[in-house]
Design a protein around this ligand. Sequence first.
Ligand SMILES: C[S@@+](CC[C@H](N)C(=O)[O-])C[C@H]1O[C@@H](n2cnc3c(N)ncnc32)[C@H](O)[C@@H]1O
Length: 302
Amino acid sequence: MSHKISDLWNSLSDELFARVDDDFVDNFRTPGGANNRLAAWDPFDATMRYYKFILFEAARHRPESFYDLYRRLGDTSVGNPVSVKVKSLDINLDYLFSVDEFLFLDSAMDTRSVDTVIEIGAGFGRTCHALTRLLPHLDSYTIIDLPQLLKLSRAVLTRTVPDQMNKISFVDATDENAWRGIESDLVINIDSFQEIPPETIDKYYESVIRNAGAFYIKNPIGKYTPDSVGVGTAAGNPARLQDVFSLGYCRDVIDIFDEDALLPARAAFVSAYAPGDDWRAAAQAPMELVPYYHNTLYLRTT
Ligand SMILES: C[S@@+](CC[C@H](N)C(=O)[O-])C[C@H]1O[C@@H](n2cnc3c(N)ncnc32)[C@H](O)[C@@H]1O
């Protein structure tokens, strides 16, 4: 059975992630680097000032528990990201998201009971890094991703959590037999289903998510037009834009800067990604910095 990948990720993995070697890993999170396709947007505006002010403001206004958790992550600087300094910690946006995501999860479920995790679409592995450090009883963490990105997450995790590598498995998403039927306490999808064809997401529900006890998703609640963020439509690639509009379960075009538009789209998101009738949305919250992304934790009821 062939595994359908979006045109977007076909070309990204071929062009941008074709050579994941040491030089690539040294610098892929530098401004202008390939990481702008993964965890964080590219800091380039005319300068980095705009980006750094947003990051600095966010880093200065986290709950007190955030800083202790962040410190426990250890080295968050692989790939050479931009950071700001708060409470003597070098904080970057990727791992600020990771600690926020952990805090959401921890407020919604007993994270001490999580032994096994599967993550679909892990990027460079920041969530795996964070959870192997923050979940006290974790036995295994399985990443399902495209081969080129597995090479990247393996390389990064080897540097960031070398002592945890015996718990981490890397599974090729394109080999569906390798993941069909696998089970875990918790399945995670962050910022990936929005870039995956709906029929492929269906397979992840059938073969992975519905086997789990809990499912945590953080993804966009809709699509937006390039002009709403100041990009002229003519400047974009129309075929790629069409591809992006066909991906994920939440494909309505919304004004992501209109709170009235976000409210119904959030409700539609929670319903669209529910794994089934025997699941409930135990907790949900908009992402703080980028409120057209929504966090939801679903728990099995039976
Ligand atoms: C925008 S990145 C997000 C990465 C990560 N979750 C984060 O937030 O840092 C999207 C991820 O989805 C992965 N992906 C794309 N198509 C996929 C597929 N069909 N199956 C599994 N992962 C896929 C990409 O390789 C990439 O790792």
